[in-house]
Ligand binder design. Structure first.
Ligand code: 5AD
Ligand code: SF4
Length: 494
């Protein structure tokens, strides 16, 4: 990839006007940005550094890898410190507290900027798609150099060039797009696993959720582009991919030649050298029998499914616009468990949606007890301006919500601890992800069901899949022992 980029850049003449078509236009700006950063670095008498901070979901994490790819290509040295020469926040706005955190931290960035004449501050991501946010930044946060949204991150190199050329606040927010630009550089956090976008946006309009407004309409990437990207990743040493989309089960519906998510998975399964496939997020309303069949027969799809419930009350689900009932959700879980008995199920649950009564909440607890999730992300409902739920009058008082949240969390954690224990004593394949953060003698890896395992081993194992004896479950993770080399690896996936 790096060599390919260098070859493309060699053909570009900066004396000519920038090309109009993508991705060539961005390569032009990449080359131009390199010149500016080289000059600035000479002036500073040191290499310039860049720090990316990511808020929110895995989609944002993947977007940040693209931002980091460009920052690296134009000459910034990666840094963990927010006192760097280029600091970018890739923001989230799914809940209000995420916004508050960003405003809080911006004050600190401003104090760093006053001490460093080379420093630039950029903000991008979902929060920037909200007009009130941009207004506030324009008015009270003039020291922010660059503001852009979710639809034009592929233009990052061009926007940085704009920043160098006209030193005032640059704002570039698009309301929506139907464009998907392929073949731009990206930096991977791990050499052995990677997120892969398969679609962007969301058409579901769950009544509490701001995502469809800030991420735009659903757009699927071409299956050929996805397969090509994964083949390249595998060549670079990747063994596990996480297919990313807000609602992967409706993948492909809007393509010129429509294909289903299940068909896409079949194609990805064929890629030699790829060992593990994960995906998220699945909307229960679109999870097809075809997909369950593919999961059942796959050797590579991990035995983990994230299936957001949101609420266990059919009445609330209707007002949430989720398009399934409690009974339909439970039937779906039964069907999945019948096909893939050892599957690990995780979920998202919101408490305190407008009008939620104690009876509604009991329905949620009932589903939690029936499904017995391996883990669950629990959220307090957050009012998002612009969504239908924000206008609903019967918002639930804070103390009641807090009490329900605590009860739900206690239930979820008790069950999750019990469920986590169920593979104790087994020998299972683990993808070794790195050295343990707290104990350098240990390695940390992940089971296909997504649980972490810590065990003694050589660091050469990082990036490989190796069999580990799961000696002791400690709450939500395992302490294990590496097995000595032996033939075969049992009957489990991978
Ligand atoms: N309030 C609380 N939680 C929310 N989520 C989405 N919107 C809201 C909101 N307004 C949760 C949902 C979703 C997860 C990513 O975030 O549970 O699945
Ligand atoms: Fe939000 Fe619903 Fe779309 Fe998920 S499916 S991103 S909760 S609107």
């Amino acid at each position: 990839m790096v060599n390919d980029i260098e070859k493309i850049l060699e053909t570009i003449d900066l004396e000519t006007t920038p090309p109009l078509e993508e991705p060539m236009r961005q390569y032009y700006f990449l080359k131009k940005a390199r010149k500016y950063i080289e000059e600035a670095s000479k002036k500073a008498g040191r290499p310039l550094t860049a720090c990316t901070t990511t808020f929110g979901c895995q989609m944002n994490a993947r977007d940040s890898e693209k931002l980091e790819g460009i920052l690296h290509q134009i000459g910034y040295v990666p840094s963990q410190s927010e006192e760097a020469d280029f600091v970018i926040y890739n923001t989230c706005t799914v809940r209000e507290n995420a916004n508050q955190r960003v405003y809080g931290r911006l004050g600190v960035l401003n104090s760093y900027k006053k001490k460093n004449p080379h420093m630039m501050i950029a903000l991008c991501g979902c929060m920037m798609q909200e007009p009130e946010v941009v207004e506030k930044l324009q008015k009270s946060y003039r020291f922010v150099d660059l503001i852009f949204g979710t639809h034009n991150i592929y233009k990052f190199a061009e926007l940085i060039v704009n920043c160098f050329e006209c030193r005032h606040q640059i704002i570039d927010i698009w309301k929506d797009t139907d464009q998907i630009v392929e073949d731009l550089p990206s930096e991977r956090k791990y050499p052995f696993k990677s997120g892969v976008n398969i679609m962007f946006g969301c058409n579901n309009f769950c009544s509490y959720c701001i995502v469809p407004y800030v991420r735009g309409r659903e757009r699927s990437r071409n299956p050929k582009d996805i397969v090509r990207e994964i083949e390249q990743l595998v060549k670079d040493g990747v063994v596990e991919v996480m297919l990313l989309g807000q609602n992967v089960n409706s993948y492909g519906k809007t393509l010129e030649d429509p294909i289903t998510f299940a068909q896409l998975l079949r194609e990805i399964e064929k890629i030699d050298g790829l060992k593990r496939i994960r995906f998220m997020t699945s909307h229960p309303k679109d999870l097809s029998d075809e997909l369950i069949e593919v999961m059942k027969n796959s050797k590579k799809i991990c035995n983990h499914l994230h299936l957001p419930l949101q609420s266990g009350s059919s009445r609330i689900l209707k007002i949430m616009n989720r398009k399934y009932t409690k009974e339909q959700y439970l039937e779906l879980v039964d069907k999945i468990r019948a096909a893939v008995p050892d599957i690990s199920l995780t979920t998202d649950i919101i408490v305190g949606f407008p009008g939620e009564t104690e009876e509604d909440f009991q329905e949620t607890l009932d589903v939690v007890r029936k499904v017995r999730y391996d883990s669950a992300f629990t959220f307090i409902y957050s009012k998002r301006t612009g969504t239908p739920a924000a206008k609903m009058e019967n918002q639930v008082p804070e103390d009641i919500v807090k009490d329900r949240f605590d009860r739900l969390l206690a239930e979820v954690q008790t069950i999750s601890k019990e469920e986590s224990k169920k593979v104790e004593g087994q020998v299972l394949p683990v993808l070794v992800e790195g050295i343990n953060e707290h104990d350098p003698d240990l390695l940390t890896g992940r089971l296909t069901n997504n649980l972490l395992v810590h065990f003694k081993g050589e660091k050469e194992l990082i990036g490989t899949i190796t069999d580990v004896y799961l000696k002791e479950c400690r709450g939500f993770y395992y302490m294990g022992e590496k097995l000595e080399e032996q033939e075969g690896s049992g009957t489990w996936h991978n």
